[in-house]
Design a protein around this ligand. Structure first.
Ligand code: CA
Ligand code: CA
Ligand code: CA
Length: 257
């Protein structure tokens, strides 16, 4: 079918090129159609004042411990009990996710002050990953802060972690782990942006998880999260196919002109 054919009166080469165009399109669709190489797996900026996550709570934490708030909220604009406007000016209309606080500044509920401690985890589904190596590009903005102004003993007030987890909350890959935090600490906030290779021995549902532990009898902490982007990076084989497809499209277009 790809060989010369002049039955429609057009030169055979043109028909070949037209068929190449179809082939290129098919290759392109094949490359983009495979879930493991699908490009964007998660894109969440919270700006519709909503988010799809599954919360896991323990101790003093309940479902109110994770919520979406505007940049104008006190937990963003506050300094000693907020994120020091890390998520933009109050007039920006930006929304972001709060983990480990129900309302008001960082001194809300849950906190470590109830004597029990609290765990609050937000899980975002990335879909089912097959056996083998998966290359991901993962980025997000984060601010980990507390109303604690002096370091007493031990890790205060408890760790904030980000990782890839399976359905049973087993850790597949740790991305961020801060054991403790003091008020307004510059190295506990910023933009995470890394290439991550995940090797799986069996097919698994994978979640990007943000978790906060607030230890008993310390103080209250909270985490703000925004602009989460997870992309599947094509493997070399499919990248080559994609290039071939684009080359084919380019040839077809040039020959049409
Ligand atoms: Ca946002
Ligand atoms: Ca808290
Ligand atoms: Ca602060």
């Amino acid at each position: 079918m790809l060989k010369t054919d002049t039955q429609d009166g057009k030169p055979g080469r043109l028909l070949f090129v037209r068929n190449l165009h179809v082939l290129a399109g098919a290759l392109l669709l094949t490359s983009l159609g495979q879930p493991a190489h699908a490009g964007v797996l998660l894109d969440e900026n919270f700006d519709d004042n909503a988010a799809t996550y599954t919360g896991v709570f323990a101790g003093e934490a309940d479902a109110n411990a994770i919520n979406i708030r505007a940049a104008s909220d006190a937990i963003n604009t506050g300094v000693d009990t907020g994120f020091d406007s890390f998520f933009g000016a109050s007039t920006s209309g930006n929304f972001f996710m709060v983990i480990g606080d129900d309302t008001g500044g960082i001194d809300g509920t849950p906190s470590g002050l109830g004597g029990v401690g609290a765990i609050s985890i937000a899980n975002f589904s990335l879909g089912t990953f097959g056996v083998g190596l998966h290359s991901l590009g993962i980025s997000f903005d984060f601010a980990f802060d507390t109303d604690q102004d002096t370091d007493v003993t031990g890790p205060i007030p408890g760790p904030f972690f980000v990782g890839l987890l399976d359905d049973s909350d087993n850790l597949l890959q740790l991305l961020v782990n801060f054991d403790d935090v003091l008020r307004n600490q510059a190295d506990r906030r910023g933009s995470f942006n890394q290439a991550v290779d995940l090797a799986l021995a069996s097919a698994t549902n994978v979640h990007l998880s943000f978790g906060l532990f607030e230890f008993p009898s310390t103080s209250s902490s909270a985490v703000g999260i925004d602009n989460i982007l997870v992309q599947a990076v094509p493997e070399p084989g499919s990248l080559a196919l994609l290039s071939l497809g684009l080359l084919g499209l380019g040839l077809a277009r040039r020959n049409k002109a």
